[in-house]
Design a protein. Structure first.
Length: 448
């Protein structure tokens, strides 16, 4: 592989891609334009894992603002590139990816909607559905078309086009929700396909909805965290039966307490936000920055997958995440190859910092980047300063090195300012309480 990036300047002008620092690391856009977009590696990866720039494609300098997680590998050179770039731009949940139109714009009506050529078949009867929902931060959804009942894995943006696609292929028998923050719109899909059964890990069932989560107490199948594989309906499977099972659920807590993976025909592993592929690292990886529950528990879950593969029970060739890049692994997907891939992942995860990132801290960090003119962003910058790394103080200490624009020298002054602001607010509140108490006391004294 030639990892030297090229910018396409010598070719025909089909537009120019650029990534702003609003980029939050969802990584979905790279699946829609993999030849054009690549990963910006956090600086600490080079110190921890060697020169990652030699292990995967490097992005072009000047094609992304400092702090973005995605950059441009090369600019569009053809109509096909331009259409892929349009789709990637439309997939970004925070509108961080921009496309400057080509000098000779296609005439009105020549181009369809960005997702007009989606859904697309990945292989055999497995489809990637296309347009993601903003409420799932752009999560990729998949569809398994099978005689025994079709399975929807996570959920795309609801639309008549996607409903029609699913109906033309026999509807939906099961909706497999990999984890709690991929549940938006589940009620709409359930209403459109009466009789389908929704599946979610019991630990992720929630009675409260939010901007990025849905109420899920009415989900029909709530699966427990158990070490052995399960059927879609929750019946236990022996480890030895995993290799021959058409569909098998693997409980994988860590990203969330109820995270699950779905294995289809020993070839496709749907991982939600549990695992994805990194071309920069050249291996399967997990998202330490987006670990909401417990990194050590997540590492243990992957260790369990590796043990199943080592014993000859687990194999897969396709890794299909909801965030991050999907990937067809090298080789034939046999159990020894799968074990090798997963053991490398475990070794990498064991070198990362333990802990987790509370959603209550991650969401303000995302929103302050995605809406830089908003009140929250202005307040964050008032404490963290302007420019790259100004929002890092919002996140836990162990998570900050996973940012592309981590600036340690900015964090301590920001935390000091935040402490002073909190102390001032508490002091002001105490003063108000004291004055109110005095006023009440004065009124009581005046009473006869």
């Amino acid at each position: 592989m030639n990892n030297t990036p090229t910018d396409g300047i010598d070719g025909e002008d089909w537009g120019r891609l650029h990534v702003t620092r609003a980029c939050c690391g969802a990584g979905v856009c790279r699946n829609f334009a993999p030849e054009l977009l690549g990963e910006v590696a956090p600086a600490h990866w080079e110190a921890m894992d060697g020169d990652v720039k030699r292990r995967g494609p490097a992005v072009l300098e000047g094609t992304y603002e400092e702090g973005a997680f995605t950059g441009v590998l090369r600019q569009p050179r053809s109509r096909a590139d331009f259409e892929a770039a349009r789709t990637a731009v439309a997939s970004c949940p925070v509108h961080a990816l921009r496309l400057k139109p080509p000098a000779a714009r296609p005439r009105a009506g020549e181009l369809g909607a960005p997702f007009s050529t989606w859904p697309r078949r990945i292989e055999d009867d497995v489809w990637a559905l296309g347009e993601p929902a903003r409420e799932t931060v752009g999560a990729t959804a998949y569809f398994i078309e099978r005689p025994g009942g079709n399975v929807l894995v996570d959920l795309p943006k609801p639309s008549e086009a996607i409903f029609r696609f699913l109906e033309e292929r026999g509807g939906v028998r099961w909706i497999f929700l990999t984890h709690g923050d991929n549940t938006a719109h589940h009620a709409e899909f359930a209403a459109r396909f009466p009789g389908c059964r929704r599946i979610l890990g019991f630990a992720d069932v929630s009675a409260r909805g939010g901007e990025y989560t849905a109420v899920t107490t009415d989900v029909e199948i709530q699966l427990p965290d158990r070490p052995e594989p399960m059927t879609l309906e929750g019946a236990p499977l022996a480890d030895a039966a995993l290799a021959g099972a058409e569909l098998a659920v693997l409980s994988q807590p860590g990203h969330t307490a109820g995270s699950m993976c779905l294995l289809y025909r020993g070839r496709f592993l749907f991982t939600g936000d549990h695992l994805a592929y990194s071309r920069r690292l050249g291996q399967i990886m997990a998202f330490r920055l987006q670990c909401w529950h417990d990194w050590e528990r997540q590492t243990g879950s992957v260790r369990r997958l590796a043990a199943l593969a080592q014993a000859g029970h687990l194999r897969f060739a396709w890794l299909l995440p909801s965030h991050g890049e999907w990937h067809r692994l090298d080789g034939d997907g046999c159990a020894p190859a799968t074990a090798g891939e997963l053991n490398r992942t475990v070794a990498w995860m064991e070198r990362q910092a333990p802990g987790h990132v509370p959603l209550a801290r991650f969401i303000p960090w995302v929103q302050s980047r995605a809406r830089p003119r908003g009140r929250l962003a202005r307040a964050v910058r008032a404490i963290g300063g302007e420019g790259p790394g100004s929002e890092a103080w919002v996140l836990p200490r162990a998570a900050r090195p996973y940012l592309p624009d981590h600036r340690p020298e900015k964090v301590n002054p920001a935390l000091m300012r935040a402490s002073l602001a909190a102390a001032s607010a508490l002091g002001a509140a105490a003063s108000v309480v004291w004055l109110a108490a005095r006023a009440v006391g004065a009124v009581v004294k005046r009473r006869p």
